[in-house]
Design a protein around this ligand. Structure first.
Ligand SMILES: NC(=O)c1ccc[n+]([C@@H]2O[C@H](COP(=O)([O-])OP(=O)(O)OC[C@H]3O[C@@H](n4cnc5c(N)ncnc54)[C@H](OP(=O)(O)O)[C@@H]3O)[C@@H](O)[C@H]2O)c1
Length: 250
């Protein structure tokens, strides 16, 4: 039984990249607090099915939509399918993302284009498709990264660029949508325990050494900020990037 109050009763949400990691934690949190939640994924059919089943077993409503963020038509279809199946769209969370590291010397242009498409272009397309169907009180949230504020390691130029791009994009979107009563915010997680940061990664010890709290964050800790930004309590918060990083950037 959830101890959370039902802040999202009668609300609907679409979370991109919701099959695993931070996106899945956000799907679970919004559903626990009463939202009907659609989410996209690219490859993890079994994980997507299992997430829907576990939310339904708890009495919630979830819909999995296979939609590749590299493809504009897939994103547009995910938005329209959410409205068709859930009846509206109040909250859009862009969490789908990929991490590619490597020195510019050997980073391929194809890898650059793919990461830009998934991490940046897809969020713009989703906001463009979702905002016309959102009513006042709508919420758009993107998942950036502390890498958008500080690169820290060599080999991170392309990934950091995609995350810094979100900082600028959400400022502009916030201004575009302010008069329509839709807020737009970006979350910048620090290193968080997901498949993107597997427990056996060779660099993990050095990252944990940089964490003032001495550990990685959990996906649920990032979901807490997403739930706050999605809630009515955050009605005066827009155009801002919010760091949730255990003091990593402090
Ligand atoms: N983990 C961290 O330390 C950390 C820190 C800062 C920011 N972030 C950001 O947080 C977000 C989520 O990361 P995560 O750690 O949760 O990653 P993750 O565990 O690797 O999960 C990535 C999610 O994105 C989906 N996805 C990937 N490519 C996609 C595509 N082309 N189309 C649709 N969905 C796609 C995946 O779907 P499939 O399961 O189908 O592949 C999966 O659901 C990303 O934007 C990431 O950059 C993560």
């Amino acid at each position: 039984m959830s101890t959370h109050s039902k802040r999202f009763e009668n609300k609907t949400a679409l979370v991109t990249g919701g099959s695993r990691g931070i996106g899945a934690a956000i799907v679970r949190r919004l559903a626990q607090e009463g939202a009907a939640v659609a989410f996209t994924y690219a490859a993890s059919d079994e994980k997507a099915k299992a997430l829907v089943a576990s939310i339904e077993a708890d009495g919630g409503r979830a819909v999995a939509i296979k939609a590749d963020s590299k493809n504009a038509a897939d994103i547009q279809r995910a938005v329209s399918s959410t409205v068709e199946q859930l009846g509206s769209l109040n909250i859009l969370v862009n969490s789908a993302g990929i991490l590619g590291l490597g020195s510019v010397d050997d980073f391929s242009i194809e890898a650059f284009d793919e990461m830009y498409a998934v991490n940046v272009r897809a969020a713009f397309i989703a906001a463009k498709a979702a905002s016309p169907v959102m009513e006042r009180g709508g919420r758009i949230i993107t998942i950036g990264s502390v890498a958008g504020s500080q690169s820290r390691f060599p080999g991170s130029s392309a990934y950091s660029m995609t995350k810094a791009a979100m900082v600028g994009m959400i400022r502009g979107l916030a201004l575009d949508f302010a008069s329509r009563g839709i807020t737009v915010n970006n979350i910048q997680p620090g290193p968080t325990a997901t498949d993107m940061n597997p427990a056996d990664a060779p660099y993990l010890d050095s990252i944990i050494g940089l964490m003032p709290v001495g550990r990685l964050g959990t996906a649920d800790e990032i979901a807490s900020m997403a739930a706050y930004l999605a809630s009515d309590e955050a009605s005066f918060v827009t155009g801002a990037s919010h760091t949730v990083d255990g003091g990593y950037l402090a």
